[in-house]
Design a protein. Structure first.
Length: 262
């Protein structure tokens, strides 16, 4: 592990730059999903389900259901964009496009490639979060300008999900196997991390489990920023997400190095 960290260098930014250049060439395709995703969810869950559930009690406040789910949609999109970029997208670049092989024929090290991929996953998810904040703010569902802090918070938090995705990329044998981490980790977090309903609606034991999920912590941070009522606990949650990102990034580097050099 010490050798892995020793090989990390600023050259990882060259990998980030390569992916960013590709992103710019296909920006229209990348721009559409984060633009339409909040609109679809807001209309389906907000204006549809919101007609049945008028308001939600959250932290002693009565808020409209539409305003309650808006921050959760941003948080879940951050998780999805970061996780899927370092799983499916990174696997395609590694296995099908042979991009990693091409990069490794240059002076860059394996660690540079992997760290560059993780940073790019966090960056791309932050781009998506920025677009979604703009769309949702246009509906008057975010407290501005405090909600602008969601953007830098997104990069810090999504680093954890990008790093976690890279860990799975280091162990799957084929691209079809990504269905397991999606089914076992991503989908449960999406359903039970207070995106669509308060944790208080769950049984006590389930509340404890759900509160430990990384997405729950991110949803709480973004929701308090969106409501203009940040409490001291968001510092703790951001610290926990930072620790998760640091641990998973090191594990991802170790696992991917073992995979690429075996």
């Amino acid at each position: 592990m010490r050798n892995v960290l020793k090989n990390v260098s600023w050259r990882a930014l060259r990998v980030w730059q390569r992916n960013y250049d590709v992103y710019k060439a296909t920006w229209k395709v990348n721009f559409i999903p984060p633009l339409l995703e909040p609109l679809l969810f807001l209309f389906a869950f907000g204006f549809g389900l919101g007609q049945l559930v008028k308001s939600v009690n959250y932290a002693g406040m009565e808020v409209s259901y539409l305003r309650f789910i808006a921050p959760g949609l941003i948080a879940s999109a951050i998780m999805n964009h970061g996780f899927f970029e370092t799983t499916y997208a990174s696997f395609v670049r590694m296995y099908y496009q042979n991009t990693f092989d091409a990069i490794l024929s240059t002076p860059l090290m394996v660690e540079d490639v992997i760290l560059g991929e993780i940073i790019w996953g966090a960056t791309k998810a932050t781009f998506a979060a920025t677009i979604m904040v703009g769309v949702i703010a246009s509906f008057g569902l975010l407290d501005m300008p405090l909600s602008l802090w969601i953007i830098p918070v997104s990069f810090l938090a999504v680093f954890a999900f990008s790093s976690l995705g890279m860990c799975f990329t280091g162990i799957v044998n084929n691209i079809e196997m990504f269905i397991f981490p999606v089914f076992l980790f991503v989908t449960p977090m999406f359903l039970f991390s207070s995106v669509f309903f308060p944790l208080s609606a769950l049984p006590p034991w389930a509340q404890k489990v759900a509160s430990a999920l990384p997405l729950t912590q991110l949803v709480t941070v973004i929701r308090e920023l969106a409501f203009g009522n940040p409490g001291p606990e968001i510092i703790l949650y951001l610290l926990m997400l930072s620790i998760l990102g640091a641990v998973c990034s090191v594990l991802g580097l170790v696992m991917m190095r073992k995979r690429l050099l075996k």
